[in-house]
Design a protein around this ligand. Sequence first.
Ligand code: SRM
Ligand code: SF4
Length: 527
Amino acid sequence: MTDTATITKGNLNKFEKFKAEKDGLKIKEEIEQIASLGWEAIDETDRDHRLKWVGVFFRPVTPGKFMMRMRLPNGIINSEQMRVLAEVVQRYGDDGNADITTRQNIQLRGIRIEDLPDIFNRFHVVGLTSIQSGMDNIRNITGDPVAGLDADELYDTRELVQQIQDMFTNKGQGNPEFTNLPRKFNIAIAGGRDNSVHAEINDLAFVPAFKEGTGQDFSQSPTFGFNILVGGFFSAKRCEAAIPLNAWVTPEEVVAVCRAVLEVYRDNGLRANRLKSRLMWLLDEWGIDKFRLEVEKRLGKPLLPAAPKDEIDWEKRDHIGVYKQKQPGLNYVGLHIPVGRLYAEDMFELARLADVYGSSELRLTVEQNVIIPNIPDSRLSTFLTDPLLERFAIDPGLLARSLVSCTGAQFCNFALIETKNRALSMIQALETELTFTRPVRIHWTGCPNSCGQPQVADIGLMGTKARKNGKAVEGVDIYMGGKVGKDAHLGNCVQKGIPCEDLQPLLRDLLIQHFGAKAREEALVTS
Ligand code: SRM
Ligand code: SF4
């Protein structure tokens, strides 16, 4: 457990000071009182920061209407839970909505502070939690979105993801052992061959890998496990892909290794400067060998060296459309949710689809879309005629299909530009102008914090301030070259400060030059 002494390295910054004064998790006991006081009377540090320990975010853009960030391990939610979330946002009318996030998760908007006790009760009844989902805590753990469904999967990640969450949240009750990390922390487990979780951009990631000669009988066939990557992160100051820890673990060892890595980071991570506090900065200071040694000490045993290669050898799938499951006679269907935005009615309707056609389960993807699993062959054709599929398509346009966008100026005070609506209208215009032979992954992010992951995109657009005719206007920096799936690597900034109003023709040219798009008239002539 941390104490003020262990975290005091140099001068305490404002965040370290308030964490040392009162653990963020303590806010949990004060919810009733805060709710009865009303948002305007809340102590500023509690309002702006500590409430994030229970997943409640003050939104300066919409004062009095808070955001709630859930935890949905492996991106899985059932229809009953989805209905509870829908009921919560429904009560706020036009102010209420929800977003599927880039970590397979859901955020709710419009929340009034006086409703928190009732909302937490409702969450409790259906087994939902928003605990430790913001500030210096571990974010939603991502896992393979088709875990347990995919005939080609190497490992079903669901149970492990849940176990890790249970460990650091004390089964959703809150665990003060892990509520004062130096900074946020991202964990991902890949279970398939296509790295559907973007392992490379997590602080700690497990990727499938077989190891020879680890069984008691060395003639045994190779043993399944995971190679470990550490230190991947994006921030306004620096973006890095994760690096190998040179360690391989069996699935049974994953939870203990997570705990060991978190303890090392918690007790040794740099805390003086919040711009230099993510795990990679500690790895820089120590070197990977010392870090590995410290993890071994916490673990109480040596780590085996990494397997020579991992099993990520597919291009990344987006799961939109209809796919056979490994269970004979069952299918999963991926629906495209434009920029992840949902309204109460959509959420009720998605829950209905899951109940009527599937097994009452819904899955979320890091591309902000929904998968409905377990649809029997006999129900599939009726499912495909359901009117909801006109809104949430299974065969969207090739640009819309891969579009990802962060929250942007509508709700986020860090934003330098409006993102979601702009992204949608620009993609619509480009799909009208051009034809495509393959999807192009365009990611929008409203500021350099990179929540929309522009560095993993074919074309990444990062909000910035630009100038046009001597005036300050909304603009973007353009990133290209991000590669996902097999041989994933980050893209780079290729153009800076493009005014948003000049962006569409520029994107049009990029799509033609680099991604084989054709102008519609030209496509007609050549066909
Ligand atoms: Fe993020 C802060 C939204 C994924 C890097 N992020 C924020 C805040 C909380 C800022 C704020 O208080 O307004 C945003 C809330 C806006 C809102 O009202 O929605 C916010 N981040 C999001 C989401 C909702 C974007 C989305 O539309 O999907 C994602 C929520 C994920 C979740 O369910 O937990 C989200 N954020 C990410 C990712 C992507 C990822 O995890 O794969 C990143 C880059 C990866 C990483 O963290 O290494 C990311 N968010 C940041 C950062 C920069 C972190 C840093 O080390 O500097 C901040 C700012 C900060 O923490 O100081 C930030
Ligand atoms: Fe907000 Fe910036 Fe993150 Fe977008 S990238 S959600 S604008 S902090």
